[in-house]
Design a protein around this ligand. Structure first.
Ligand code: MN
Length: 497
C-alpha cells in the first residue's frame, strides 16, 4: 500500500524547575537531592492552619524567561487550585495558574540545520508548584513517598503546534535549555530532571482530496532531548499505522496521554485525556492576585544578557559554521571567553579553531581524569593568550601544529606568553628565503621521480607537488613557513620545466 501524504504537528509543554533558594509558596529549602522528607515544612506537607506566600524570586525568574521568549507579561495574574488525588500531593491540589498566566503569547526564533530560521509561537508560560516523588523499590511491598521536590517552583511553557519534525522539537528543547542557563534560572541538568518535556503530536493526512486529522497524543515526562525526538518519531509512525489499519476508530479517538518506555523505544497508553473541568480549577482563596508593575518588569528585562540566538547570528556573521557557533555558545562562560578574545584580536575563525580544537580536547581530558564536567573556560588559558596565539598563526610566526603544542604549554602552566613558549620550544617558523631555498633544493635533488611526474603526468601533478612540499617541511623539521615553501617550490619547478 502506498503511504498517503501527511503533515506532522508537534507542540510542546515544558516544565522548568526554577533554581530558587526556597520553594514556590514557602520558605522551605528548594533542594531535593537531600535525605528524603527533609526539605519540607507545614505548607509543603499541607498541614492545617498554614498559608502559602508567593516566592518573589520565582516570579522574577519567570518574568525573565517569559521576556526572553518574547511573551507579553501580564500586568495582573492570579493563582488557581488544580484538584486531584495522588499520594505525592499532600494538599490534594496543585497551585497553578489557569486562566491568567503570568506570561502570555510570544515568539522565539529557532535556527534549523539547513541554515533557515523558523519562528515558534509560545502560547503561554505560567508558574506552579511541583509534586513529590514516589519511590517504588524492587522487592518492597509498599511504595515510599519523598516530598522534598513538593512545592518546587515550576515554570510551565506551552508552545503552539509549530514543530513539523521531531528534530525541530528537540532543537527547541535545546535552545530553551540554553536560554534558561544564560538567564541563570536553571542549571539545565537533564539527568536531575531540571527540565521535563511533554510533546503533543498529531497528523494531518491527505487522502482522496480530503484532510484527516488524527487524535492528539501527549507523551508525558520526557527528560532527555534524545527521548523527545525518539518519542515523536514513534508516535508519528504509530498514528499513521493506526490510521491506515482502522480509519474510523483512529479518527474518532479523543486526546490521550501516553508514557515513553526508553528501553523498548515505544509509547504506551496511560489514560484518555481528562478535560480541564475534571480538575475543578478555582482561584486559590489563600493567595491574593499578583500585580506586576511595568517598572519591575523593565528592571528585570534590563538584567537579561545577550541571548544565545543573538550570539548565534553574530557568530554566523563572523563566518563561523553553524556547528562552531553552536558549540561556542552552548555555555555562556565559553561564549564570553570567545567574545573577549575576539575583542582583543578580530580573528574569530582562528580563535574558534583553538577553542574547539586543542582547548576542547584538553577540557575533555581533564573531565575524564577528574570525573566532573570541565569547560573550555575552566582551563587556565586567558582571552589575551588566545588572541596572541591566533595572531601568531595568522602572520605565519608559528604553524597550526606548533600552535597546538604551544597551547598545551600554556594549558599546563609551563608558559604564560605564547611567543616565549614558541621560542623556548623552538617552534618559530623559519621564513628565511635562503634557508627555505636550501631545503627545497635538497628535496628536489632527492626526488627526481616526483619532479618527472609533476612535469609529465598531469594526473599526478598535484599529488607530486604535495609530496615535494611535505619533503621540504620534513627537512625543515616542520619549521618552514608552508606559504613561503609553496611559493618558492612552484618557482623552482617552473625553472626545471
Ligand atoms: Mn504543569
Amino acid at each position: 500500500m502506498t503511504q498517503p501524504e501527511y503533515k506532522v504537528l508537534i507542540g510542546m509543554e515544558i516544565h522548568v524547575q526554577l533554581a530558587t533558594a526556597s520553594k514556590m509558596f514557602t520558605g522551605a529549602a528548594n533542594g531535593f537531592s537531600e535525605e528524603p522528607n527533609t526539605q519540607v515544612d507545614g505548607v509543603v506537607l499541607g498541614l492545617p492552619g498554614v498559608l502559602p506566600v508567593i516566592n518573589r524570586r520565582a516570579v522574577e525568574m519567570a518574568i525573565m524567561v517569559g521576556s526572553a521568549l518574547g511573551c507579553e507579561i501580564a500586568p495582573e495574574t492570579k493563582w488557581d487550585r488544580k484538584s486531584y488525588y495522588y499520594p505525592d500531593l499532600p494538599k490534594n491540589y496543585q497551585i497553578s495558574q489557569y486562566d491568567k498566566p503570568l506570561c502570555g503569547a510570544g515568539t522565539v526564533e529557532l535556527p534549523l540545520p539547513d541554515g533557515s530560521m523558523k519562528t515558534i509561537r509560545i502560547r503561554r508560560a505560567h508558574l506552579e508548584e511541583d509534586a513529590g516523588k514516589l519511590l517504588h523499590e524492587a522487592g518492597q511491598s509498599a511504595s515510599l513517598v519523598d516530598l522534598n521536590r513538593a512545592g518546587t517552583p515550576l515554570l510551565e511553557i506551552v508552545t503552539e503546534p509549530d514543530f513539523s519534525t521531531p528534530e525541530e522539537a528537540r532543537l527547541f528543547g535545546e535552545e530553551l535549555r540554553q536560554v534558561c542557563r544564560y538567564l541563570g534560572v536553571s542549571q539545565g541538568i537533564m539527568q536531575q530532571g531540571h527540565m521535563r518535556f511533554e510533546p503533543n503530536i498529531n497528523l494531518h493526512i491527505f487522502e482522496d482530496g480530503r484532510t484527516y486529522k488524527t487524535a492528539i497524543t501527549e507523551v508525558k515526562n520526557l527528560n532527555s532531548f534524545r527521548s523527545v525526538e525518539r518519542a515523536c518519531h514513534y508516535e508519528i509512525q504509530r498514528q499513521l499505522a493506526e490510521f491506515l489499519s482502522d480509519r474510523s476508530s483512529a479518527l474518532q479517538a479523543g486526546k490521550s496521554t501516553r508514557g515513553w518506555d526508553d528501553d523498548k523505544g515505544c509509547t504506551t497508553l496511560q489514560r484518555s485525556k481528562e478535560e480541564a473541568h475534571d480538575y475543578r480549577y478555582f482561584p486559590d482563596p489563600d493567595l491574593v492576585p499578583l500585580r506586576v508593575g511595568a517598572d519591575w518588569v523593565k528592571r528585570l528585562q534590563a538584567q537579561i544578557p545577550e541571548l544565545p540566538i543573538a550570539r548565534f547570528k553574530r557568530y554566523e556573521q563572523m563566518e563561523l559554521s553553524r556547528k562552531e557557533a553552536m558549540a561556542l555558545l552552548d555555555d555562556k562562560a565559553v561564549s564570553d571567553l570567545f567574545d573577549s578574545a575576539v575583542a582583543i584580536k578580530p580573528l574569530p575563525k582562528r580563535i574558534a579553531n583553538l577553542m574547539l580544537g586543542p582547548a576542547a580536547k584538553a577540557a575533555n581530558a581533564l573531565a575524564a581524569e577528574r570525573g566532573v564536567p570541565v569547560l573550555i573556560s575552566d582551563l587556565p588559558v586567558r582571552a589575551d593568550q588566545y588572541a596572541k596565539l591566533a595572531t601568531m598563526m595568522e602572520d605565519g610566526t608559528v604553524s597550526a601544529s606548533a600552535a597546538v603544542t604551544i597551547f598545551e604549554a600554556l594549558c599546563g602552566g609551563v608558559e604564560n606568553d605564547p611567543m616565549a613558549a614558541a621560542e623556548k620550544l623552538g617552534l618559530l617558523q623559519i621564513r628565511d628565503t635562503g634557508a627555505t631555498q636550501g631545503w627545497i633544493d635538497a628535496a628536489l635533488a632527492n626526488n627526481p621521480q616526483a619532479i618527472a611526474d609533476y612535469k609529465n603526468n598531469p594526473k599526478k601533478k598535484q599529488a607530486s607537488l604535495g609530496f615535494l612540499r611535505g619533503a621540504v617541511m620534513k627537512l625543515s623539521q616542520g619549521k618552514a613557513d608552508p606559504k613561503l615553501v609553496g611559493e618558492l617550490l612552484e618557482k623552482a619547478l617552473e625553472k626545471l620545466a
